[in-house]
Write a protein that binds this ligand. Structure first.
Ligand SMILES: *Cc1c(COP(=O)(O)O)cnc(C)c1O
Length: 388
């Protein structure tokens, strides 16, 4: 079945005992046994819960993997996957990584004896270079599009590189969602999600997931899901599952609105550059066109007036809210230099392209005319701010 159909029906069969079209939520923490050890597959909800099993079936189907384990947050999901490594094992990670993932590798797993090397760019060659710094590489960890510079990593290229060295590839697919790209089909072994973002889609729940190409690849992650215990609750799962049903229509509109705003911004004199993989001016536009069905709802711009212009712009938006996070129905604006990436010193940030004039937009589902007008009036105010 096609993606739109699976988004609604995978893991969502009507309840056999009542016919309820929407499967009921199982809030129970425990399950009554007929005799010791005689149960119907569930004993205790940290180890297994029918509502969670439904979401895991749904996500495995959408990503084209054999099995999925869900978690209480995206970082709990990433943690469980990294926890499958042994001290002395090495990870190569993307250069432009989600801040929380960087912190997890650098401040949690490094001290536990995991070696970490960073690819210096989005090029597959950079991953190959980074591999050479590791004594015992095991896993390549990538994000694409990256945050906030929206670089595109060649998933098939990096997965190939990993496979030919006997290594595993994990892709954090949070920015694209499975509607726009399915890394397992391109050769990846694992997909990681913050379901907090596009999958939930309404900025009202925190959650995460690991999807594996094969059952065997998920075995240790499944063990850790129970042993470490960072499982999602049924009410949170319900919100994610509800969001998934409209993922295809939401993503279509996110992409349409973002492309339209990118073109508008490209022609505004207050803007130095617009970064959006759907623009022909994006250096990896051709690669994005090959590996993604469309270009996503994230859009980054750099203002001519630097910090003052960025602060004026962000403060003068009315429809866009100034807030971290992304992927919800409402449009958000973020100033990486002072918000999401403030912990990176300026002399490291600037050469990587995260300048003071950079602004990241999560383009929502409001009417395109209201969004365009909001950007227009906020840009006009920055020109004023620079002039006086
Ligand atoms: C938000 C995010 C995460 C972390 O997810 P949480 O649900 O906040 O723990 C990981 N990767 C990316 C790309 C994200 O945007």
């Amino acid at each position: 079945m096609r993606f739109e159909t699976r988004a609604i029906h995978a893991g969502q069969s009507p309840d056999p005992s009542t016919g309820a079209t929407i499967p009921p939520l199982y809030l129970s923490s425990t399950y009554t046994q007929a005799a010791p050890g005689k149960h119907q597959g569930y004993e205790y909800s940290r180890s297994g819960n029918p509502t969670r099993a439904n979401l895991e079936e749904s996500l495995a189907s959408l990503e084209g993997g054999e099995e999925c384990a869900t978690f209480s947050s995206g970082l709990a999901a990433s943690s469980a996957l990294l926890d499958t490594l042994q001290p002395g094992d090495g990870v190569v990670a993307s250069h432009d990584l989600y801040g929380g993932s960087f912190r997890l590798l650098d401040k949690v797993f490094r001290p536990l004896g995991i070696e970490v090397a960073f690819a210096e760019s989005a090029e597959t060659d950079a991953y190959e270079q980074a591999l050479r710094h590791l004594k015992r590489p095991r896993l390549l960890w990538l994000e694409t599009p990256t945050n906030p510079l929206l670089d595109i990593v060649d998933i098939a290229g990096v997965s190939n590189l990993a496979a030919s060295n006997g290594l595993l590839t994990a892709v954090d697919n949070t920015f694209a969602s499975p509607y726009l790209q399915t890394p397992i089909a391109l050769g990846a072994d694992y997909v990681v999600h913050s379901t907090t973002k596009y999958l939930g889609g309404h900025s009202d729940v925190i959650g995460g997931a690991v999807i594996a190409r094969t059952h065997a690849l998920l075995e240790r992650v499944r063990f850790l899901q129970n042993a470490r215990g960072a499982v999602p609750g049924p009410l949170d799962i319900y919100l994610v599952q509800r969001g998934i049903k409209t993922l295809p229509v939401r993503m279509q509109r996110h992409c349409e609105n973002a492309l339209s705003l990118a073109r508008f911004l490209e022609n505004h004199s207050a803007v130095r550059r617009v970064i959006y993989p759907g623009l022909e001016s994006h250096p990896a536009h051709a690669l994005a066109s090959r590996q993604m069905h469309a270009y996503g709802g994230m859009l980054t711009l750099e203002l001519n007036g630097g910090l003052d212009a960025a602060v004026a712009f962000c403060s003068n938006l009315h429809v866009f809210s100034l807030a971290e996070s992304l992927g919800g129905v409402e449009s958000l604006c973020c100033h990486p230099a002072t918000m999401t990436h403030a912990s990176i010193p300026k002399d490291l940030r600037e050469p990587r392209g995260i300048t003071d004039g950079l602004v990241r937009l999560s383009v929502g589902l409001e009417h395109i005319e209201d969004l365009t007008f909001d950007l227009q009036q906020a840009l006009d105010s920055t020109i004023g701010a620079a002039r006086y």
